[in-house]
Design a protein around this ligand. Structure first.
Ligand code: ZN
Length: 337
């Protein structure tokens, strides 16, 4: 009596109950005009020294053959098809409705039936472009139950936010490429985690914090910290704009996931207000960095936008840098605070 006893079954070759060994071989076959190699499973009976293929193995072998064919001709495999639907947390029935297909079609394509190229293309679009799926979902809202619609919409929104965020992160880092080890980024690599934490921290300590003031607070924090330590905090590069220092890609940075913000609509424009949140327990900001940030808050937290811009306009860093040029961190030596 072994632990594998539960694997024993009636062997149709020798008509005794015993465990059958599963054997895997590479098989070659021709399917739809293509020569396919795939792994086929069968069972071996020691008593009879013969092979047998079970019902489940016949099905699984066929699916592996179909997937080998799919891979060979550049179609999604059945697992990839299944993953795309699961990523949106949609049942076969709901997925079919959203794509405007029969439920059976969706079921079959996740199994043995080879999908046509058109369906394959639609699935790739659904996988790579959550906005596309979002649009389809909105169009088919009436055909879904309320519960299904909300569940799938929630999932789709999360995927959209994530892919949007990945795009943002990539394009921010792309804008920061090529600044080497100069004094334009404070001798540290760009750290978006620290930046997100800092923005939220400022927002939690300062009421009515908008973009212009926030950017000056970041600049003063980085430059003050650099003055003492020869390294900045964030790795941000700042260029000279009319209202003072602005980090490169600041318009993208403020959109990063994890920053608590609110869009306020005025007559002719939208202003981003930073709502803030406490520092997370696992923040990458060091104690010394947080002390510098607290110092900046104590100096500038109560100033309004014009006051802080006026301060910046007095700084050598501003006066001695050309418009739209990057500000050298060495100017930190001459800061007025
Ligand atoms: Zn047997």
């Amino acid at each position: 009596m072994g632990a594998n006893d539960h694997n024993a079954k009636l062997c149709l070759l020798c008509m005794e109950e015993h465990e059958l060994e599963e054997i895997h071989n590479v098989e070659e076959t021709t399917f739809k005009g293509e020569t396919i190699h795939y792994i086929a499973a069968k069972e071996y009976c020691k008593n009879a020294d013969e092979y047998i293929i079970s019902e489940e193995q016949i099905k699984a072998n066929d699916l592996r053959m179909k997937n080998a064919y799919r891979q060979k001709v550049g179609l999604l495999t059945s697992n990839e098809i299944l993953d795309i639907r699961n990523q949106y947390d949609a049942s076969q029935k709901d997925f079919a409705r959203i794509l405007g297909l029969g439920e059976l079609t969706v079921t079959r394509y996740e199994n043995h039936q080879i999908q046509d190229k058109a369906y394959d293309n639609v699935l790739r679009e659904v996988r790579d472009n959550p906005m596309f799926f979002h649009q389809l979902l909105l169009e088919k809202k009436q055909e879904l139950s309320k519960r299904s619609f909300h569940k799938i919409m929630k999932q789709t929104s999360q995927i959209m936010a994530k892919s949007g965020n990945q795009y943002l992160i990539q394009s921010i880092f792309a804008q920061y490429e090529g600044y080497g080890n100069g004094n334009f980024h404070g001798n540290v690599p760009l750290n978006l985690n620290k930046i997100i934490d800092m923005i939220n921290y400022f927002g939690s300590k300062i009421e009515n914090l908008y973009v212009v003031k926030l950017m000056k607070l970041l600049w003063y924090s980085d430059f003050l910290y650099y003055r003492e330590n020869k390294v900045g905090i964030t790795g941000l590069c700042y260029f000279k704009a009319s209202m003072g220092a602005l980090p490169k890609a600041y318009d993208k940075i403020i959109l990063l996931e994890g920053i608590f913000r609110e869009d306020e609509i005025f007559d002719d424009r939208i202003a981003v207000r930073f709502l803030g949140s406490d520092l997370p327990k696992n923040t990458m900001l060091t104690k010394a960095e947080i002390e510098t940030i607290d110092f900046v808050i104590s100096l500038f937290g109560d100033l309004n936008r014009s006051e802080i811009v006026a301060m910046m306009h007095e700084e050598d860093a501003y006066l001695n840098t050309q418009d739209k040029h990057l500000i050298n961190y060495e100017f930190s030596k001459t800061l007025h605070c």
